[in-house]
Structure formats: C-alpha cells, structure tokens
Design a protein around this ligand. Structure first.
Ligand code: GDP
Length: 444
C-alpha cells in the first residue's frame, strides 16, 4: 500500500510516546517532529505538514493538560483527527442519481490510469444497479479506442468511439447524445491525456466540457507523482474545474504523499483509490477508514464489505459481530478466508493490528506467518476456539500446550491472542452498525 511505511513510522512515533512512562512535553514535541519528518519524506507538502504539527500542538495544548487526564488518549486522538483532516476536503462529491442521466468526464495526464479507472467506475456503478456506459473521446493517442473497447468488453459495459473522426469534441458529443437517447444513467467520458500539461490539452478539455456538460469531472492522479501533484492538480483545476479526485496505483511502492496534498491544494475530495490493474481493484475512499488502515488500526468495515462481495460463508461471524461478540474461532475463520482471497498485503491492512504484526514482509513470508497462526488455532480445543479468549488469561499454561502442539512459540501464541483481543474489541464497537448493515444490505 502506498504510504505503508509512513503509517508504520507515525504509528511507532505515537506508540513510543504512549508506551513510555513519562509523557512530558519534550517527548510530545519529539513525537510531533518525527510525524512531521515522516510526512515530508513521503512527499506531503511542507506547508501542510507545518499546519498539521501546529494543529496537533494546539489541540493537545500540553501545558494546560490537567493532572489525571488521559494524556495518551488525547494525543492519539489528536494525531488521528489531524491526519484525517489532511486527506479530507470537507466537501461532498457529486452523487449520481438513479433514473436520470449523469455524465461523468475524466481528465488527467497520459498514463495516469484514466482509461482503466473509467472502466472500473462503469463496472462499479453497473454492480450497483445503474445502467452505465463508456465514451472514448481520446482521438489523440493511437490505440486509445481499442484499449477502451477491450476493457469495456471485458467488463461487459457498452461503449462508443470512432476510428475515423479526429475531433474529440465531436466524438464526445455524439457518444453522450447517443447514450442519453438510450436512457443510460451513467455516461463516462474518457478524454485524452498528454505527457505534460499543455495549453492544447486544456483547451480541448474545456471544449469537451462545454459540449457534454458533465455533472461531474474527475481528475485522475498517479500516486507516484510526488511533489508535482500540487502544481498539476492546480493547473487542471483552473481550466477543467474538476469536482473529485481518483488516486491510482496506490498498490505500488510510491510514497504517495504528493497525491494526497492535491486534496488540500484544490479543496477537492478523493472519491476512489485504484489498488491494482484488475477491474475490481478500486476502493471507495473515506478519510477515516483510510487513516485507520494507514495506522494499522484496520478497516473492519472494509473487510466485511470485501468478504461479502466474495460471497464466502460468513454467517456465524456476521451474527457474532452483530451481537458484539468475536470468538477465537471467528478469527480462525477470517484468516482462513483471507488466505483464499489472494494478495495478502492488500488484506492485512484491513485487519486491526495485523499489518503491524506482519511488519514489512512480502506476500510469501506473510503467508507463512498466517499459516503459523492457523496451526496455533488448529491446536486449540473446541472450548478454547469458541471462547472469548479469557480462558488463556486465567490458565496461561494452555498457551504452552498450544505452542508445543503447533510447533510454534509461546510468543507466537500470545500474538494470536493479542490479535484476537483487538478484533473482539472492534466487534464490540461495531455491534450497532453491523446490525443495521445486515438488515439493510450494505447501506450504499
Ligand atoms: P491512461 O493513459 O491515463 O488512460 O492510463 P491507463 O488506464 O492506460 O493506465 C496506464 C497503466 O497503469 C496501465 O498499465 C494500467 O494497467 C495501470 N494502472 C491503472 N490503474 C492502476 C492501479 O490502480 N494500480 C496499478 N498497479 N496499475 C494501474
């Protein structure tokens, strides 16, 4: 995940402070400094970082913190809230309406992932009951129409384009008009990109905008763009005023902080992030969920949604979570499912604490770790599996037995139980929300 290292660094800065016995102002300042350095190194705009540091300092107001208050909690919350603010534009993106024509136009540089994202979005809306289609208005790049055609066919999405017409404005208009007549609800227009921002490109975008009058214009930004993100997004904003951002390639190793700075530079919300080349590799972006994941606090809701979309057998766990319960067996079932789900690095971030536990390891080593966790749980008795984990606190010798039986160490058994405890606490918190989700579908 983009920013995974950043998350780990921030997390360890906060934990170093909150774990130490003495939480004094000097240690607090040290933590803020380390968080700031980590953000700057991840390409987040320097001014934004300075603001964030100031805000954390002001919110916590260390000098005024009274005796007896939970300093650690207050500091953790301030860091979390300020990071959320960094990625939150505080503006609502356009919400397409059912039964109406919604035109969505994409802009961005060549290679940013525009065509791929257009198709992902069309599929996303199709899966949610909208009638969606694609229009290729990229007449600049040879092969652009073929690429869109290929993607659209794979995704079973109707498309429009032309091999002979060279005026992108005409193609865009013709496509949108055709699909409007056919009462499509989501018409996605893919435009051409260039390697650099060019006057010609901007003029073309404005003309297409005037011709198709989009309800929403989305800018696509590659996560690896670094410090240029601010200038680029501002330049696009000034000509083709966009109302939403999609950040692609967040599965890569880029620092990614630059792309995040675009939110503040343009006061525009990120609506989705691309997490891979496959058509399903796109996630809805929500600031709080993203930051939770970044800080290794997990994204239980995301996990539940992902698991539901895979249609795995989840009945017992879902029922348990709805009741605020989470047994060791639930943890085993979940990990079992995860192992079936493919790229481990992607899934681990969704489970509270698991990304920290796994550390910076590759998929292969990660799978091995997961397997060892499974061996541990396979060595438990039925009673232990169906328990809330307290039996191990009451009778720690059980852990020694399990370590021996599974060929692992007591330390590893403890790790599994810590993991379980964290998820059980999350389940307790999710009690109400899950019930609502079960009753009303996924609530989207
Ligand atoms: P366009 O020129 O802006 O239309 O870009 P494309 O859609 O052709 O994408 C350029 C390359 O980026 C292609 O090889 C895509 O498969 C790849 N790509 C797009 N989005 C993602 C993503 O979220 N993750 C990864 N790993 N690759 C992506």
């Amino acid at each position: 995940m983009v920013l995974a290292d950043l998350g780990r660094r921030i997390n360890s800065a906060v934990q170093d402070l909150t774990r130490s016995n003495l939480v004094d102002e000097k240690a607090f300042d040290g933590m803020i400094k380390e968080i700031g350095n980590a953000l700057v190194e991840a390409d987040v705009n320097v001014k934004l970082v300075a603001n964030l540091r100031k805000s954390i300092r002001q919110t916590v107001n260390f000098k005024e913190l009274g005796q007896g208050v939970n300093k650690k909690r207050i500091i953790q919350k301030a860091v979390f809230d300020e990071l959320c603010r960094l990625v939150d534009s505080h503006s609502e993106p356009y919400k397409p309406k059912k039964g109406k024509t919604n035109v969505i136009m994409f802009v961005g540089l060549q290679g940013s992932g525009k065509t791929t994202t257009c198709t992902k979005l069309a599929r996303w809306y199709n899966a949610r009951g909208f009638k969606a289609c694609l229009v290729c208005a990229d007449t600049f790049r040879a092969g652009a129409f073929d690429q869109l055609k290929q993607n659209a066919t794979k995704a079973k999405v109707p498309y429009y384009g032309s091999y002979t017409e060279t005026d992108p404005v005409k193609v865009a208009k013709a496509g949108v008009d055709k699909f409007k007549k056919e009462r499509f609800e989501i018409i996605i227009v893919d435009t051409s990109g260039r390697h650099r921002q060019e006057t010609e490109l901007f003029a073309e975008m404005v003309q297409i905008q005037e011709a198709v009058r989009p309800d929403q214009t989305i800018m696509v930004l590659d996560a690896s763009i670094g410090q240029q993100a601010e200038a680029q997004s501002k330049a696009f904003k000034e000509s083709a005023d966009f109302g939403a951002i999609v950040i692609t390639k967040t599965d890569g190793n880029a620092a990614g902080g630059g792309a995040i700075s675009a939110v503040a530079a343009t006061k525009t919300p990120i609506v989705f992030i691309g997490t891979g080349e496959h058509i399903l590799d796109m996630e809805k972006f929500e600031p709080q969920r993203y930051i939770s994941k970044l800080l290794g606090m997990g994204d239980m809701q995301g996990l539940v949604e992902h698991v539901q979309s895979l249609k795995l057998d989840q009945k017992d766990t879902m029922k348990h979570i709805a009741e605020g319960l989470f047994t060791v067996r639930d943890l085993r079932d979940q990990l079992n499912n995860i192992m079936k789900m493919g790229p481990l690095s992607k899934m681990a971030g969704m489970i509270p604490g698991l990304s920290n536990l796994m550390g910076d390891v590759g998929d292969e080593e990660g799978s091995m770790k997961l397997k060892r966790m499974m061996y541990i749980m396979d060595s438990m008795t039925t009673k232990e599996l169906d328990s809330d984990g307290k039996v191990f606190v009451q009778q720690p010798e059980r852990m020694t037995r399990i370590a021996r039986g599974s060929g692992t160490s007591v330390r590893e058994v403890e790790d599994v139980l810590t993991q379980h405890k964290m998820m059980a606490q999350m389940a307790k918190k999710m009690k109400g929300g899950m019930k609502a989700m079960q009753q009303g579908g996924m609530g989207r």
